[in-house]
Write a protein that binds this ligand. Sequence first.
Ligand SMILES: CC(C)(COP(=O)(O)OP(=O)(O)OC[C@H]1O[C@@H](n2cnc3c(N)ncnc32)[C@H](O)[C@@H]1OP(=O)(O)O)[C@@H](O)C(=O)NCCC(=O)NCCS
Length: 157
Amino acid sequence: MEAISAKESRVVMTEIVMPNDTNPLGNCMGGRVMHLIDIAAAISARRHARTTCVTAAVDEIVFLAPVPMGSVLVLSASVNLACRTSMEVGVRVELESLASRLRTHCASAYLTFVALDETGRPMPIPPLGAETADEKRRMKAAKKRRERRLARRSERQ
Ligand SMILES: CC(C)(COP(=O)(O)OP(=O)(O)OC[C@H]1O[C@@H](n2cnc3c(N)ncnc32)[C@H](O)[C@@H]1OP(=O)(O)O)[C@@H](O)C(=O)NCCC(=O)NCCS
């Protein structure tokens, strides 16, 4: 299979935090941010695999700053590593001030997706072409995370 460039899986999703998304403090609920992360990552995975993909695992998510109602969230996602049937997608969430256009990093996450064939079984995906220095750095870091993830998985089994 021919490699697909990491750029092809890039997703930028912009959302506004509405009253229904908030907790009693008036800040966006963590679960809402997680939902948006899962959607951005799923689109990215699907852009790479070009078939149905399911979330197999989500690594630790850290919320770095509160996100008040009315904030604009910008989620950037791309595939960091493609293995046989699974891939790691990295998502960075930033809060954008519409007045200053300044962005604050408010959350990051790494998700593992598995590509499925029409019978629902894991199917092989194209390799990932990492071209830029950033893409290569992300791939290297993703390989280390995958080793840790698979070690945890075998401990659970
Ligand atoms: C994800 C799923 C398809 C994996 O099925 P499986 O029978 O365990 O598949 P395999 O053991 O053949 O593994 C397939 C790939 O998934 C990876 N994988 C499976 N579980 C994983 C985990 N917990 N963490 C990281 N990778 C995982 C394997 O490493 C393998 O990757 P590779 O082919 O690139 O090396 C299956 O567990 C599933 O359907 N889970 C539910 C998914 C879902 O519904 N998600 C929505 C959230 S509720």
